[in-house]
Design a protein around this ligand. Structure first.
Ligand SMILES: C[S@@+](CC[C@H](N)C(=O)[O-])C[C@H]1O[C@@H](n2cnc3c(N)ncnc32)[C@H](O)[C@@H]1O
Length: 406
């Protein structure tokens, strides 16, 4: 047996001791004994628990792969996430004061991807266990909005109808203002009998829409999400912020960063999470790589009242970023790239004269890299707001205001 003292928490939520030795579900300061297997301590027993250790609120926390940090106190997780951002910035020589994250409450996730497998008795829906193919049911999940946990029997019924005998299907379930929107992938091929059975299921569970792979199989009502003064019907499977509270915090920060601007470019715009609320006060040019999403945004804008003009463009911003000449008319930019960041677009922003940039990021490492480029080009980081809509996970998001100083 080997005994180690945990020095820090890794980016996947493991405790890390000197070596490095990785210890699952251990916290800094804890003394832990287990069996050393390469760089990993297996079957760890906590000899000295941290004062930050708490009883996980979910009885499945140890086995379910959905959460990584339920064994740590809220204050510890909040401080740790703020530190993740601070350290990513420090690696590029950037120092900014950070307030504690704005954390979404428990049971507020509005969408989840459930895995479903056929069983002898019917089907089992839930999440994968940690590092495993086995599915665990989570009827008491502390993350999901109660309407999503209540949807588990519906998802199991979907599995009975649509999963192949040995395969596993995925059901992305989104809670919208007009009912549940379900996108199924990995199921059987659609045929008339399956379509009829899905219609019955949608009626029985009062679903708004079911999409099967890339096609909308049936729509009883448009699934609608209110965004500012607009009603958005997102395409099946489209990117959406994970919680209403997180989305509100991000929109609030972006609007604050761009107060008073008249012309905004919204880069990596998705379905218009920022474009639609910003259009209450400014003209917006929304650029996004996915045509279905820009179409949804355009439809929402056309049917809303009181918004300024939103133009849109389908464009690959990695290969074909907006050039400084195209940005010249804008007095503000919001940029919200995927985890890889936006190195190519940021290089062009660095050559531009855009006075203010609201940078939204779900990856502090690529955010810090891209921010260092902008700082070298004459931007100052005025403030950063840390947002945590992935409670008990190791994810963290942020919004920053960068202002040109020359
Ligand atoms: C983090 S999401 C943000 C979406 C939107 N701002 C929101 O908050 O809902 C990133 C968006 O970038 C889009 N995207 C990914 N790669 C892209 C690329 N190379 N060019 C343009 N858009 C891209 C994705 O489709 C996705 O909508």
């Amino acid at each position: 047996m080997t005994t180690v003292k945990i020095k820090r928490l890794g980016h996947l939520g493991d405790g890390i001791a000197d070596g490095p030795i990785y210890v699952p579900a251990a916290l800094p300061g804890e003394v832990v004994t287990g069996t050393l297997d390469g760089e990993h301590l297996r079957d760890p027993k906590i000899d000295t628990p941290s004062e930050n250790r708490v009883k996980p609120p979910c009885s499945h926390a140890k086995s379910c792969g959905g959460c990584q940090l339920q064994h740590a106190s809220d204050v510890f997780v909040s401080d740790w996430k703020r530190d993740v951002v601070r350290q990513a910035l420090a690696a590029h020589g950037i120092a900014v004061d950070l307030e504690p994250p704005i954390t979404s409450p428990a049971k507020s996730r509005r969408r989840a991807t459930f895995s479903v497998k056929r069983t002898k008795k019917g089907a089992l829906a839930g999440f994968h266990m940690k590092a495993s193919d086995t599915i665990i049911s989570v009827p008491n999940c502390q993350l999901l909005h109660p309407e999503l946990t209540a949807a588990l029997p519906m998802v199991e019924a979907l599995g009975v109808l649509g999963a192949s005998r040995k395969g596993e299907l995925s059901a992305l379930v989104t809670r919208t203002d007009t009912g549940l929107d379900v996108t199924v992938t990995g199921g059987k091929e659609m045929d008339v009998a399956l379509h009829q059975a899905l219609s019955d299921l949608a009626r029985d569970y009062d679903l708004a829409r079911i999409a099967w792979d890339d096609d909308i199989a049936l729509q009883r009502r448009a699934p609608v999400l209110r965004l500012g003064p607009a009603d958005l019907t997102p395409p099946p499977g489209a990117f959406l912020q994970a919680t209403r509270e997180g989305e509100a915090a991000l929109i609030d920060a972006v609007k604050q960063a761009l107060t008073g601007v008249k012309r905004v470019a919204d880069l990596f715009a998705g379905c218009g999470t920022f474009a639609l609320p910003l259009a209450q006060d400014a003209m917006v040019h929304a650029v996004e790589g996915d045509r279905d999403m820009t179409n949804a945004l355009d439809h929402a804008w056309r049917n809303a009242e009181g918004l300024k003009r939103i133009t849109h463009e389908v464009r690959d911003l990695f290969r074909n970023p907006l050039q400084p000449e195209e940005l010249a008319k804008c007095d503000g930019v919001v940029i919200d790239p995927p985890r890889a960041g936006a190195a190519a677009q940021v290089a062009e922003l660095a050559r531009s004269s855009v006075p203010r940039i609201a940078h939204v990021s779900c990856n502090p490492a690529t955010f810090a890299r891209d921010t260092a480029t902008l700082i070298r080009a004459g931007y100052d980081v005025e403030w950063i707001r840390v947002v945590d809509q992935f409670r008990w996970s190791t994810h963290v998001e942020l919004v920053a205001l960068l202002r040109r100083n020359n």
